[in-house]
Design a protein around this ligand. Structure first.
Ligand SMILES: *[C@@H]1O[C@H](CO)[C@@H](O)[C@H](O)[C@H]1NC(C)=O
Ligand SMILES: *[C@@H]1O[C@H](CO)[C@@H](O)[C@H](O)[C@H]1NC(C)=O
Ligand SMILES: *[C@@H]1O[C@H](CO)[C@@H](O)[C@H](O)[C@H]1NC(C)=O
Length: 251
């Protein structure tokens, strides 16, 4: 009688931990910043309109982005990124000025094991960060001398990866593209496979996780033909939980 009161809640707790595969991050924190050029007018993973690429944009590392393909909860969000220092510079480089940019997330930075976008809920990337922003750069939206450097001392001007601080901000009040309707929203012809809210923090509208809603069934060929293996993960865990709960209660 006493036991079931303890066992059932702890099972529930365990299950919620097991199911969380994405990185939950605070609205402000530290991250790493890489940069990759994105073709102008390119329609990236979120399905944001081509005009968005005329303003500062970035991709967010996959497990913080919140989906393995197409759109995720990070789509459309705006972040103010402030450069701290480059990860690799000898001697260490301290930027003489404070440099910030407000980006809109329009893309997913693919997960690779050990890569800058490879942080998981349990492991940070090589820079000790759970989030990596991949800035679309060079870009018509950002001055070419955005990253402070000292080519006379170092012999090059691109330090590569930077430590940054980030803060989620309202797109409407902070993003450079906020007042151009051609830079806002999702591509209509993509229908339900695009999701790019105009201002997630301001309006509270965020995208669901595409890959979670359209979970690929596990490859069960030759393993087990029982119908339960084709159920989405969460549902089968739920069924298991109910069955366990029932057996504990009846015990
Ligand atoms: C970058 O940030 C990480 C995590 O905060 C820190 O451990 C590391 O020392 C920083 N690197 C530099 C070069 O400041
Ligand atoms: C997303 O990808 C990760 C890593 O490959 C995998 O563990 C997870 O099951 C995938 N989730 C969905 C919903 O597809
Ligand atoms: C199980 O599925 C495999 C692959 O679809 C099929 O070849 C096999 O005949 C099935 N076995 C049973 C017992 O249904």
């Amino acid at each position: 009688m006493h036991d079931r009161l303890v066992v059932v809640p702890s099972l529930l707790f365990l299950t919620s931990l097991t199911v969380s595969q994405w990185i939950d991050y605070p609205q402000t924190g530290l991250a790493t910043l890489t940069h990759t050029p994105l073709p102008l007018d390119y329609i990236a993973s979120c399905g944001c309109v081509p005009g968005s690429t005329h303003y500062p944009t970035a991709a967010l590392s996959q497990l913080a982005y919140g989906s393995n393909n197409s759109y995720g909860p990070a789509c459309g969000k705006c972040f103010s990124l402030t450069l701290i220092d480059p990860l690799v510079a000898s001697p260490p480089f301290k930027p003489p000025v404070t440099t910030s940019v407000v980006v809109k997330i329009i893309d997913k930075c693919p997960f690779t094991n050990g890569g800058w976008c490879g942080a998981t809920p349990h492991e940070t990337n090589a820079g000790g960060a759970s989030l990596n922003f991949d800035l679309s750069f060079p870009s018509v939206a950002i001055p070419d001398n955005f990253f402070p450097s000292n080519p006379k001392l170092y012999g090059y001007s691109d330090f590569g990866v930077w430590n940054v601080s980030y803060e989620e901000v309202s797109c409407a009040s902070s993003w450079a593209g906020a007042h151009n309707s051609e830079a806002l929203g999702s591509v209509q012809s993509l229908g339900t496979s695009a999701c790019c809210p105009t201002d997630p923090l301001g309006t509270g509208t965020t995208c669901p996780s595409y890959s979670e809603q359209n979970a690929t069934p596990p490859n069960t060929a030759g393993v087990n033909n029982a119908s339960t293996v084709k159920m989405p993960n969460k549902f089968s865990i739920f069924v298991l939980l109910v069955l366990m709960g029932v057996s504990i209660l009846s015990y």
